[in-house]
Design a protein around this ligand. Sequence first.
Ligand code: 13P
Length: 248
Amino acid sequence: MARQFFVGGNFKMNGTKESVTKIVESLNAADLPANVSVVIAPPAPYISLAVEKNTQKTVEISAQNVYTKASGAYTGEISANQVLDLGATWTLTGHSERRTLIKESDEFIAEKTKFALEQGLSVILCIGETLEERKADVTLQICARQLDAVSKIVSDWSKIVVAYEPVWAIGTGLAATPEDAQETHKGIREHLAKTIGAEQAEKVQILYGGSVNGKNAVEFKDKVDVDGFLVGGASLKPEFVDIIKSRL
Ligand code: 13P
């Protein structure tokens, strides 16, 4: 079964009204393939702007983070329901920058994922190992642990896309090789087959993230378990369109 090619753009904490408008307008003007799903995640203050400016049917807007509750006394948190109210349809959860800098636990991330799905958002669930973990040869155990926290409390994975983002490859210019990414993605899918069942595991799109750019994206073309990318830095640049078109 063919899984649809999927490209996410995570703007992280970058941009202004002007630059976000420019990025969305350049996507509007691009001749994007009809069979590629594109999801862009601007900073929360610009979600509304991105939703309003976007005219591409294949482009959807995402939050970068949401909380585990709809509303209440949670100063500074982002509500999945408010994200939906703005017209966004996705959120990221578990990005390594939140796991490491904000110290979010596997369990907290799993709860956010569950709550976001229950409210009606689709979720890009980010996982991946640090350099130390890679050196210790525990990449798949780490990914399994991060996934298991979610599969323990979420049984329907039809609205989840997994993004494998090795921490050592993020923002470093050192992307994983297509062979390494394929091997890890295959391991992730095999693990998911054991926990959520082979049928669901076969359908889950697994994205690679970490220093993907307009040049190297095409090198992953024949990797059967690499179903797309989650792009950071390059999603702010015109080359993002080249990444979206890298499977043509
Ligand atoms: P870079 O593409 O900048 O390495 O970032 C990847 C990432 O963290 C996307 O979520």
